[in-house]
Design a protein around this ligand. Sequence first.
Ligand code: FRU
Length: 476
Amino acid sequence: MEKFDKKEIDLKVKENLPFKHHWHNQFHLEMPFGLINDPNGLTKLGDTYHIFFQWNPLGVVHKNKCWAHTTTKDFINYTTPELSLYPTDIHDKDGCYSGCGTIENNSIRVLYTCNSKDENNVRTPAQRFGTLQSDGLVKKEEIVVEKNPAGYTAHFRDPNLFEVHGVRHFVIGVQRENETGTALIYREDGNNWKNLGELKTDYKNFGFMWECPGLVNFGDEWILIFSPQGLKEEEYQYQNIYQAGYIAGKMSLDSMEMFHGKFYELDKGFDFYAPQVLHDGNRKILFGWMGMPDKDDEYPTGDEGWKFSLTMPRDLELKKGKIYSKPADEIKKLRKSSVDIKEKSSEIKKSLNKCSESDLNFKLNDSKKINLTLKYSDEQTEIIFDKMTQSVTIDRSKMKLGGKGQRKFKVYADEELNLKMFVDRTAIEIFFQDGEEVATFFVFPKEDIEPELIISSDSAVGVEGKIYELGRFNFE
Ligand code: FRU
């Protein structure tokens, strides 16, 4: 029997939707079995968005990397995800790693990293195009780069296409031989793809590998998104094992450099990595992987047969060198009933539905600390805003299962603080100050219960807003 039986795997996905287990999320993309990671091949053809993502359909470990594929017109109704690309030959036998999507002649094409290891475990990473066919499979086509260029190790992966003056290029993550990370640029030239070398930045020694780079333009400004590995933890940033963020500024491919500001993380939660942007005209829609490499035992869903999710789609805006992330408007269509809040108090309790969105605005008055507690019976997660340090702490130490600990990051709020908090069954995304900061993370409550939201503060705060019950994604 074939290792990857598309028919059987696709059928098994169908049979297991909609999800049954109380840890399965209802408005985050995830699979009923196997392990998913990076969003891949994000594209729009006509009025349809195509979303691929890394998937091991055979187990909950980082092996057997395939691509799954789903489509949607509205980020609410999806086609049932299918197996679309899987290891078949000498080039990608050890994994169809991450890559991007593009439109050519009215078809979806993908460009991905073929991962292959020899008997001595020596890796050869090749970059290959493919075309999505009507049977849901990606037909594998030309290899455009056969292996890592001289001066770089075999950590050479995750190509991502972009255009400058109508010419196609891709940016790709790589490790120098001195074990520092960077990004290379390739330019299409007839049938060849020419290595233009490193895109120079001020970050010359910034982690040991840059995964999943992407160049996104906003008018005449660019951001380089990448996921550097190996940054040192600081008081208010870089608190995960690996980071995901961007630098923003001007870019010249003549001098091959970026003139940019500081590296900002795109998300400060526990579970966000390897994001990719979907280009929809001027709309830049970001999806991240909800998960973290090399932290596998922090995710108890593995015992139930699946791991990880994708974030909700987020619209990106660049203002004064800083990215603001907003939940895509489409998600509003999930709203069902709502409750209005307008209170001034130092303790407010509200019961949430199984899936909810809390859209809250706080007038801080004299209070120095606001504490939002998500209470699941005798377990809880806290989100604490501290005015004196202008920071937020997310504290999962009172949860029984899954990853624990704290994440701490700066959030500036003088008189008012606003947040949009999306609480799915285990996936939580919180947008602070109109998307200036975002924190994405999982909690795994033991019981199948609806959380209670408790807002408490050291003196009365004014709270105004709405709490919505949210519905779930639909798979056709
Ligand atoms: C990031 C990553 C990519 C790689 C893929 C393999 O999470 O390590 O660099 O292509 O995952 O699944």
